[in-house]
Structure formats: C-alpha cells, structure tokens
Design a protein around this ligand. Sequence first.
Ligand code: IPE
Ligand code: IPE
Ligand code: MG
Length: 255
Amino acid sequence: MGKAIQFFSNLFSRAKRKAVLLGNKIPAHIAIIMDGNGRWAQKRALPRIAGHRTGAESLKSCVKACAEFGVKYLTVYAFSTENWRRPKEEVSFLMNLLSQTIDREIEELDKNKVRLRFLGRINELSQELQDKIDWAMKKTEKNKGLNLSVMLNYGGRAEIVDAVNEIVGRDGATKVREQDISAALYTKELPDPDLLVRTASEMRISNFLLWQIAYSELYVTDVLWPDFRREQLAEAIQAFGSRVRKYGKTKEQVS
Ligand code: IPE
Ligand code: IPE
Ligand code: MG
C-alpha cells in the first residue's frame, strides 16, 4: 500500500515537473561543479569514497535528464589540476571510479547517442586511462545526441596557458583576438555555458571554465552532489528560466 502511494506520488511530481519545464527556457549548455561528495559521506559516517561512488549515480541521472529536457551540452568538473593535492588513496580511487564508470556506462551512452568528450591535460594521466578515454571518445564521435564533456585534470588557467602557447607557436602569429583564444581552448567545439551550477553551497569557481563562463548564469545550491538528481536539475533549469540575460545592455533593450 505504502509502495503504491509512493509510486503514484512520484509519477505525479514527475508530471508536474515536466509541465513546469514545458514552456521554460531550456539552457543549451549546462556546466556543473559537482561538489560535496565528502560532506555527504561525512554526514553518514561513511568514508569519502562512498560519496564519490554515489556521486557517479547522480551524474548518470543528470545525463538522462538532460537528454529528456532537451539540453544539448552537459559539461561536468570531475577532477581539477588542484585535486592532485588530495591523499593519494583518494586520487587513485577517483581515477579507478572513472575508468570503471566508462566500462559500465559506455554501451548505454552510445545507444542513447551521447557524444562523450574528456577534456583537460589528458596526457598527464596513466597510459591505461588515456587509452580508455581515446577509445570512448572515438566510439561516440559520430553521435548526435547530448554532448557530455567530462573535465578531467582540468584547470581553467592551464587551459588558457595551453591555448596561448598553441597560438604563439604558429607561424607568423603576432596578434591574438578573442575568437583565436576561444578556438584554441579544449572546449573549442562547445558553445559557452548558459548555466553554471555548483552544488554544496560554495560560492567560488575553483578554476573551472574561467574563459567560457564570462556570461553564464550562476546557480549555487545547498544540495550535495550525491543528492543532486533529475528533480534538482529541473529546479536549476526553472531558476534559469526566470533570469534576464542583459549582456551589458539595459533592461529595456532586452525585454
Ligand atoms: C567533489 O566532492 C568531488 C571532487 C572534487 C573530485 P568533494 O570530494 O570535493 O566533496 P567535499 O567538498 O569534500 O564535500
Ligand atoms: C572543485 O571542487 C573541483 C571538482 C568538483 C572536480 P573542489 O572541492 O576541489 O573545490 P575547492 O577546493 O573546495 O575550491
Ligand atoms: Mg569539494
């Protein structure tokens, strides 16, 4: 009996959420700083890695929800250039989790036409992980559904430095324009994010997409990443729908 009530109440809130999102502006590109795995585990007296493991489920849920809501690009911060400073056991757990998640999810992602990218200083990862990443990117290269980009060993400053070095290394390069930098970033094939979500309350960027978020709408929630699922993503999209993006103009000019 309890189960049946739960089932219909879930169905109802799903339908309600869908109705609310219908007619809502849908961001073409959502970027997420997936934070709070450690705090989620700590609240439950579990080791930090339990938070990372459940966080992988949240990612799966958000990928499905993005496809359902019509979001074309989802870009997630999985491991920063600064995260190497963590205890080496945690770093190696995260690398293994990533590798296992690729193995476990690749067939379904491919079937759902997801195009998978891994962006960052990939050449600094283990050879085994690099090979797996190359394989997964190649396998999904022609897919035309959701563009899922996993930012790995990623730092916004490192990315800009890499871009500038690539440009100055070109023959006859003398002057750099904004579009030259955009076109040399790891994210060159992606539009700039419309919405940047950060879970777990922190009001900072932590070296994520420094160049690309110049005009992104910011949304910070107290929800910890392992608890952030379809419903919470829908809430973020709903909040985005009520923002007025002015790009420097006056309110009258954009309304
Ligand atoms: C985010 O959760 C995952 C990574 C940075 C890899 P954290 O592990 O940073 O969780 P908190 O911030 O300690 O709660
Ligand atoms: C940002 O989270 C990096 C990722 C989510 C991968 P952190 O937990 O590393 O950020 P800080 O250290 O709190 O700024
Ligand atoms: Mg954190």
